[in-house]
Design a binder for this molecule. Structure first.
Ligand code: KIV
Length: 272
């Protein structure tokens, strides 16, 4: 009997490219910790985004702005330790790349070195061109993020659909083409009209990953805690919930509390 371990075919940024060329949709989810990342990888998710949405779903902040570079590294390194197959992309958090391209490069290098992740993501188009160029020059793969960019929430004022007006839609198309030209390996399109996401996806050769951007993107991403129903109060139209884990977990914990109070737990078999 052979004891050789079956070699796992890792997903890379080149795989992303091939999937787009072959018309194979890319399935991405966010992940922030070791245990969940193990499950995501076992299920054969193509890529895990260690999103700065950790600021909301893990830390309980109202926005993504407070999360720090070191906190992102903590989450990303936990995910990386769990993963054998999936591509791991990490968000550069607010304030770690906007000041200038030198700081952006320093942040990207720190994240890659200390977390072991495979790529970084950052929000914006033309306004972060120099930072993207600089990071790419260091050999770090970059994913762009256009449309609703939550790090700019105080500029937009709301989390509603972006680029409904012609001028904003035109800028988004130009930004997508710029990100492709600079050498990004993919672009997240968040909360934009489906027809615009289709147009963008057809105009660039790199994959687009949609969240609230319709079916024509080359892949889809959701926040894991939303898909699992761990978060309850968030009901955007684009979200499909596959479980109601908040209630399932709450019920399990209530049963445990009852068992402890009634001295049903631990029983004879559950002791030494
Ligand atoms: O931080 C995040 O979870 C994201 C996704 C919504 C794309 O950026």
């Amino acid at each position: 009997m052979s004891t050789a371990k079956k070699e796992i075919k890792k997903v890379t940024t080149q795989t992303f490219q091939k999937m787009k060329q072959n018309g194979e949709k890319i399935a991405m989810l966010t992940g922030y910790d070791f245990s969940m990342a193990k499950i995501l990888d076992a299920a054969k998710i193509d890529a895990i985004l260690v999103g700065d949405s950790a600021s909301n779903v893990i830390a309980g902040h109202e926005t993504t702005l407070p999360i720090t570079l070191d906190q992102m590294i903590y989450h990303a390194s936990s995910v990386v330790r769990a993963v054998d197959r999936a591509l791991v992309v990490v968000d550069l958090p607010f304030g770690s790349y906007q000041a200038n391209s030198t700081e952006a490069l320093r942040s990207a290098i720190k994240i890659m070195k200390e977390s072991g992740a495979h790529a970084v993501k950052l929000e914006g188009g033309k306004e972060v061109e120099d930072s993207i160029k600089r990071i790419l020059t260091a050999g770090i793969p970059v994913m762009g993020h256009l449309g609703l960019t939550p790090q700019s929430i105080y500029k937009f004022g709301t989390y509603t659909v972006r680029a409904k007006e012609e001028m904003e839609a035109q800028k988004l198309i130009e930004d997508a083409k710029l990100l492709e030209k600079l050498g990004c390996f993919g672009i997240v399109l968040e909360k934009i009209p489906a027809h615009l996401a289709k147009q963008v996806s057809e105009s660039v050769s790199i994959p687009t990953i949609g969240i609230g951007a319709g079916p024509h993107c080359d892949g889809q991403i959701l926040v894991l805690h939303d898909l699992l129903g761990i978060t309850k109060e968030f009901h955007p139209r684009f979200l499909r919930r596959y479980l109601s884990l908040f209630d399932t977990i709450k019920d399990a914990i209530s049963s445990y509390i009852d068992d402890v109070k009634s001295v049903d737990f631990p029983n004879e078999k559950e002791q030494y």
